[in-house]
Design a protein around this ligand. Sequence first.
Ligand SMILES: Cc1cc2nc3c(=O)[nH]c(=O)nc-3n(C[C@H](O)[C@H](O)[C@H](O)COP(=O)(O)OP(=O)(O)OC[C@H]3O[C@@H](n4cnc5c(N)ncnc54)[C@H](O)[C@@H]3O)c2cc1C
Length: 320
Amino acid sequence: MNSKNSTMIELAPHNLCTGCTSCANTCPHHAITMQADGEGFLYPAIDRNLCVECGLCTKRCPILLPEQQKNESSPKAFALWSYPDRTVSSSGGAFSAFARSVIKKGGRVWGAAFVGKLKCRHVESDSLDGLAALRGSKYVQSDLGSVFSLIKEELQQGTQVLFCGTPCQVAGLQAYLHKGYDNLLTLDLACHGVPSDAILQAYIKKLSVKKGINIDKFEFRRLNGWGKAPAVEIRGKLCPIYGIDDLYMRAFDRSALFRLSCYSCPYARIPRVGDCTIADFWGIGRHGKPFKQNVLKGVSLVLANNKRQITKKEKKPYRN
Ligand SMILES: Cc1cc2nc3c(=O)[nH]c(=O)nc-3n(C[C@H](O)[C@H](O)[C@H](O)COP(=O)(O)OP(=O)(O)OC[C@H]3O[C@@H](n4cnc5c(N)ncnc54)[C@H](O)[C@@H]3O)c2cc1C
């Protein structure tokens, strides 16, 4: 039976909490677990029997205690397209270009992959082959689980780590770590917003029934390059989904399905939270110099948000 009737600890309000998991990973008493609300979004829940009210969770919350932003207010912008990654990536293959460089140095790369029955989770790879599962935008909130704790262990062992995620996930990781690591590189995505896993699962289930097939593979976009339809695998072949069947992406594009915090996202601005930001380079060539590449094959926008580079010469931490 719960001996405490109330707790002094108050986490970020429901409409602002991004579900970054920093508090759950931080709690030394394992008193915080992430639990789904009615719409399937994960929020921290405190077990009052385990909570000793130390308040550490609130000190590692990027919403309650935002870190002072030290990134550039006018970051340099680059257009990037990476062969052969762009043909298998969401835009120009920027993520793969960074990931290759880290893996070649013996490092580890964290990104979102579909695991099991189309469950989007953050997983790691230390091989170039392993990058395939991480590539591709999954337009749903990924489950971070205890990823931040694992990353901290890797960083403390001196492993080079690349973390790619939504800006709120990057901010959560930074708040959890609470200090800069020379061997960590963060990439934040220009993020439109995230629906919940429950919404995606409900959509996939309806689509399966309508098409009379089991859907084990779903691609949000990749089939034809930019502006493309999502696709499902039917008898080993990827088939695009159009019209009424494409309800999920239509609602996504119209910002109708997002987590509450996405509608007042504090990270959708410059300065950005990650060391670099990656996005689709929509509109390249429309202003200034004409762009001679085929933009329909995908071009990434990369913002270099600070001056740090991963080199052996780097000695000082970039943040405190
Ligand atoms: C939810 C979401 C919304 C986005 N909204 C926009 C937008 O409005 N405008 C825009 O320009 N770009 C947006 N992007 C980014 C864009 O889709 C591409 O991911 C980006 O341009 C990088 O392209 P790439 O070729 O390097 O991608 P890829 O090689 O396809 O790599 C994508 C990277 O994103 C990570 N990732 C994929 N899904 C998720 C997820 N659910 N959560 C966390 N990380 C994930 C992957 O692990 C990988 O590291 C969004 C991405 C996501 C996941």
